[in-house]
Design a protein around this ligand. Sequence first.
Ligand code: PLP
Length: 392
Amino acid sequence: MNAYVNPLAGGDALFAPAASPLVDYIRSRDFDRPTLVIHRDTVARQYRALKSGLGRAHIHYAVKANPAREVIETLISEGSHFDAASRGEIELCLGLGAAPSTISFGNTVKRAADIAFAHGAGITLFAADSEMELEKVAEHAPGAQVYIRLLVGATGADWPLSRKFGCAPERAVALMDYAVTLGLAPVGLSFHVGSQTRRAEMWRETLDRVSGVWAEARAAGHALDLINIGGGFPAFYGEAIEAPETYASQVMAMVEPRFEGAARIMAEPGRGMVAEAGAIAAEVLLVSRKSDEDLCRWVYLDIGRFSGLAETEGEAIRYQFLTEREHEATGPCILAGPSCDSADVLYEKRPVTLPVGLRAGDRVIIRNCGAYTSSYSSVGFNGFPPLDVVVI
Ligand SMILES: *Cc1c(COP(=O)(O)O)cnc(C)c1O
């Protein structure tokens, strides 16, 4: 049995993880720098599970969660569509064989030249949440289909998406009217419930609010036929979540009755597609105490906030750590990254429980971190290498 330390449990919780090809692979090899290992078959399995729950909805994988070419290739072969946020992501998908008709340009803050590029490449579906963005789309992708992104309130997600994207619901119809005057085709609405929304039930209030805007827009004469329900599908980080099929089908059961005339439904899972398909091989660089009375050890890893673990910001996403010290006694640790930046502390408010015998040079495996790690890793802040990626 492996000492599977669950920081959420707060105690000396030991779990026996199911046999994992990722863990086996990492254990059987040496790495000279932090390395994210991605298991292709798990990506395909997650796609199929989500697809089976989502039924008639089209999956547009949110490329930013993990843009590894093998991930995109696997998803293309499974039949996935893609949500891209930039020219770079569009080129990545097109270059690997995705059809332009399967790519949506979902960022509501686009570079004008990128809109023109996308239009030239045959992409016809764009997001917007403001007048000026509609003007850019109308100028550089004349006649395009647009969906209006709504700002939805806090839903209890572990990684909420703040107020950066979306317009207030009461502005949506006016934006659609404006889109029509610009020669665009306003076809629908989108929203995001917040990333890592652990229970499907947490979608209900948001869906009620969005469906109110949907009905209002249709009553105002906009023949909407596209509802884009965004991402939010959770990954397992130690707290119970529903299986992806179950979760997705519960969401769809709430979506279907609320959006009359929605011939097209889009979902944009990112995290839920790839998080569980990845594990990071990391190493302990140092274990120390600040004073003789210190209750908590400080454990410094060779990976930190700037080299892949950005989602530890605010201790929002709590990863699970696996060490080689099976059956050893454990104790609380403050976990930190290697860089000389004081923000590079991963977990301090809620310390992590790790074996007391942990030493410099020990291997640490970080589980279920295939989403938002390699794509967040800096090119080499402070001289530490960006996260290496290996796909098996
Ligand atoms: C990032 C993003 C997603 C993916 O969100 P997850 O919570 O990872 O599923 C979906 N849609 C849009 C527009 C995004 O920006």
